[in-house]
Write a protein that binds this ligand. Structure first.
Ligand code: CUA
Length: 337
């Protein structure tokens, strides 16, 4: 039976191992799962370096253990042979690490250059990604389509994301697609990828940008080419007009006449301010508040009631809206498919 002292030494490792087991496959932001060509390239390099590190570790430990055993003290009186310098050994242990480092450096530099080798050609889909405190704006076809927090791309087509910022430094990151670059005001950085797997991907800002940096999230939808084209065509249309006398129409009036129109644009209405996210097709999105919450009636109502309670420090400021008016606004916004 092991003593308490022995257990107290082992316990931290057990806790650490259990904690590591939380890194199970399938996590929405698991950077070790490659689902784009870019991610495969970067993770492939990672594993190459890990295998070199494992080789070095095993080789060094093996030599160390052999030396400990081979030249251990064998009796009280014996003195080990005293050695000073061994030219052949010293040359060997200078050359061997140099070769290992070169084997790591060559593919690393190759991959770094490839990450800057942006795809070109008529097939490339270019999207502008603009960081704002605390949400992402996405623009397609030179601003013919403007959306927020959710980027749609077609499967099997190279995508070039030109990223910048409207205020402070952000960084655009979607772990499974393997793209991460700073988004800085006054600069454009390129990130590119091609994914063949239709799915939702989750990402977030990864450069500290203020109080809600953690919740500056984003979603990427990799769609079939047909679904993507249908989505893009729909996003290009102005917002749907609510039926006269409907609850949604009351919502539209409240939107145009309230503080909402001071910050947001809904194409086809009098709301034309471009400070906050474009809401023309808000109802087609799965999330709200910088992809922090799912786009549900309850969440949207709570958001309009008090956005600062749901995401403290975000830049949305509203006057107090009475519940009836909120109901109309929620109905209107969710009708904007
Ligand atoms: Cu934007 Cu952190």
């Amino acid at each position: 039976m092991a003593s308490f002292r022995a257990w107290s030494k082992v316990a931290p490792f057990i806790v650490f191992a259990s904690w590591l087991s939380a890194c199970a496959p399938g996590d929405p932001q698991n950077a070790m799962i490659a689902q784009s060509d870019f991610a495969e390239m970067v993770i492939g390099l990672f594993w190459q370096i890990i295998w070199w590190a494992a080789f070095v570790f095993i080789a060094v430990e093996a030599v160390l253990l052999y030396a400990i055993w081979r030249w251990r003290r064998r009796g009280a009186e014996t003195t080990p042979q005293q050695i000073h310098g061994n030219t052949r050994l010293e040359i060997a242990w200078t050359i061997a690490p140099a070769l290992v480092l070169a084997s790591i450096a060559v593919p690393t530099v190759q991959v770094i250059f490839r990450t800057y080798d942006v795809p070109t050609g008529p097939d490339v889909l270019t999207i502008e990604a603009i960081g704002h405190q605390y949400w992402w704006e996405y623009r397609y076809n030179n601003g013919a389509v403007v959306t927020a927090s959710e980027m749609h791309v077609p499967a099997g087509r190279p995508v070039l994301v030109k990223s910048t910022s409207a205020d402070v430094w952000h960084a655009h990151w979607v772990p499974k697609l393997g793209i991460k670059r700073d988004s800085a005001p006054g600069r454009v950085t390129n990130i590119w990828f091609k994914s063949d797997i239709v799915d939702w991907y989750y990402g977030q800002c990864s450069e500290f940008c203020g109080l809600q940096h953690t919740n500056m999230r984003l979603r990427v939808r990799v769609d079939t080419p047909a679904d993507f084209e249908a989505w893009l065509a729909n996003q290009q249309r102005p917002a749907v007009r609510p039926a006269p006398g409907s609850l949604e129409e009351r919502g539209l009036r409240a939107f145009e006449n309230g503080t909402c129109a001071g910050c947001h644009v809904i194409e086809g209405t009098r709301a034309q301010a471009r400070f906050g996210p474009n809401l023309t097709h808000f109802g087609s999105r799965t999330s709200l508040a910088g992809a922090m919450y799912d786009n549900t009636t309850e969440n949207l109502d709570r958001w309009l009631e008090n956005p600062q309670a749901m995401k403290p420090g975000n830049l949305m400021v509203v006057r107090v809206i009475d519940p009836e008016e909120r109901r109309a606004l929620v109905a209107y916004l969710q009708s904007l498919k």
